[in-house]
Design a protein around this ligand. Structure first.
Ligand SMILES: [Zn+2]
Length: 290
């Protein structure tokens, strides 16, 4: 990861669709923002509420998604929008939306990436802060059989290794992938990777009134023999999506990250936990300008 300056959009961009979770129609706008603004989400359907900074401090506990909240406003499932922005190294952006969650698109980050690239990206003057991992830190759960380790790396880059293994009976094959982050790698190798769920998980969600407008064409739903009514875009699409999720979640640090993150079966809550560990263990190392 080379020394770089902050970036924002050249002009606004708009994405329409439905929210996967709530099923709400939603119009989302990406607006350029000044240096050191960071990423923030604003619910324009809740007049008078403040933009919510997309930072760890504003994350609220949720299952299987990342949500942020401030005052009376909450935005659910921000991870694929965050991944698109972080993946393109767009550091300053106000995201306005008129529903509780961004449009789900096809369950990947492609619908955002297309519009953001179309709008264009411009460099600003201020350097983007870089957090260099100098000590190993880890978090995990024996009960859930998952772990994340953050370790130093001698090169100026962010490497992510993700290992996915749901056991021999799962229709999702074990997969492991290591990437060295760059916007080019993100666009070509990660942005297309879609959300995946098991058939029984969808049934459970729908029974609770969630995901009622989601069909097997909108994301990957795995039955016993693989994706139902859909085809994989890559044999390891699932692990690529998990790395996409990591990139969206690590962006909650609000800076670039140098280190090697090794994740085994982690989800959003554990991604947030390792970010907190990284911040705590690096307490003596101030986030410094690149
Ligand atoms: Zn995801």
């Amino acid at each position: 990861m080379s020394v770089r300056v902050q970036r924002t959009l050249a002009q606004s961009a708009e994405v329409h669709g439905i929210g996967f979770f709530t099923g709400a129609d939603v119009k989302l706008r990406f607006l350029p923002a000044p240096e050191n603004h960071g990423i923030a989400f604003q619910r324009v359907d809740l007049p008078g509420t403040q933009p919510i900074p997309a930072r760890l401090d504003f994350v609220v506990p949720r299952q299987r998604r990342t949500a942020i909240s401030l005052g009376d406003a909450t935005v659910e499932m921000i991870e694929h929008t965050m991944a698109a922005l972080a993946g393109l190294q767009i550091d300053n952006c106000l995201v306005q939306l008129d529903a509780p969650e961004p449009p789900g698109g096809d369950g990947s980050s492609l619908h955002f990436v297309h519009e953001l690239l179309e709008a264009g990206i411009v460099e600003q003057s201020a350097p983007q802060p870089l957090l260099v991992i100098q000590h190993e830190s880890r978090t995990g759960s024996e009960a859930a059989d998952c772990q994340v380790v953050a370790a130093p790396i001698p090169r100026r880059l962010l490497a992510i290794t993700y290992e996915l293994d749901y056991g021999p009976r799962s229709p999702i094959r074990p997969q492991v992938l290591t990437i060295e982050f760059s916007p080019e790698l993100f666009v070509a190798g990660l942005a297309f990777a879609r959300t995946f769920v098991l058939e029984q998980e969808v049934q459970a969600l729908k029974a609770q009134g969630y995901g009622t407008r989601v069909t097997e064409k909108d994301l990957l739903i795995f039955g016993p023999d693989g994706p139902i009514g859909n085809e994989l875009r890559a044999t390891d699409e699932c692990v690529r999506h998990k790395i996409l999720d990591c990139i969206g979640d690590f962006a909650l640090l609000g800076c670039d990250l140098q280190g090697h993150i090794r994740a085994y079966r982690s989800g959003h809550a554990m991604n947030h936990a390792i970010c907190r560990e990284i911040l705590a263990s690096q307490a003596e190392v101030a986030v410094r300008a690149a």
